[in-house]
Ligand binder design. Sequence first.
Ligand code: AMP
Length: 281
Amino acid sequence: MDRLRVAVPNKGRLMEPSERLLADAGLSFERSARALTVPVRNVPIDLLFVRTEDVVEMVADGVAGAGITGFDLVAESGAEIPVVAELGFGRCRLTAAVANSSPITSLEGLTGTRVATAHPAITRRLLAERGIEATVVALRGSVEVAPRLDVADAIVDLVSSGSTMLVNGLRPLATLLESQAVLVASPGTDDRVAQVATMLRAVTAARTRRYLMLNAPGDAVDRIAGLIPGLRAPSVVPLAHNGDVAVHSVVDTDDLWHLLPELEAAGATGILVLPIEQVVG
Ligand code: AMP
């Protein structure tokens, strides 16, 4: 059978999490530093290791059937390639900012100014959509120093924690675009890409969830079920004696902080929290 090519970042901040995601989805491969393509041992897929910014091109041209890259790069390219899965890592925001000393206090204040960015196409479009006419100065890197060098009055750049802007004496005005790593597919792709998308979505969905098991007296079940509704409803299994039950459910990891004490107060004992590898449906 024909092997599907999947383009994957070969360096930079999306490389390691992309490889981990593919491995967690059950793909068995051995990355070697120099190889451009790496065969997956247990699935008819070849991984094509390229620069993060080249993934869109590879997929748009059909050189690869699918690829992992940042949504900001897909938006910047303007390529008509569908996003088939959001992957939950590489989260960042395309943010407009000015120097702390600037008199500009809102996005509208950028009208008539020079805005430096490594994302010129999307910046032009997002500013124009808001009725803001600015001169976009396209830079390849070091965007954050542009106001200090008087190359621009403002910048539009990717931010995750915001600390780089802070360190460079910049004040954020507004977020123009939210981004994360995505799986993109070449137009007219086949079932094999849908299969990869399902596998990667299954891992991504599992990462933010935990499997919860606990014991409880039978008369506490309604209260406990109300706290942990699960994917549909919790499973309630009778224990061998005492009229006690075991309750199993899936919860969002972020909810554990408040859930565990609430469950304990509701009469739960022997609470176990387990990782989940994949969630489908
Ligand atoms: P790279 O330049 O190869 O390290 O990857 C850049 C990509 O990583 C960007 O296109 C974004 O999709 C993503 N990313 C996530 N957080 C950030 C950030 N704080 N700064 C720049 N890129 C980020």
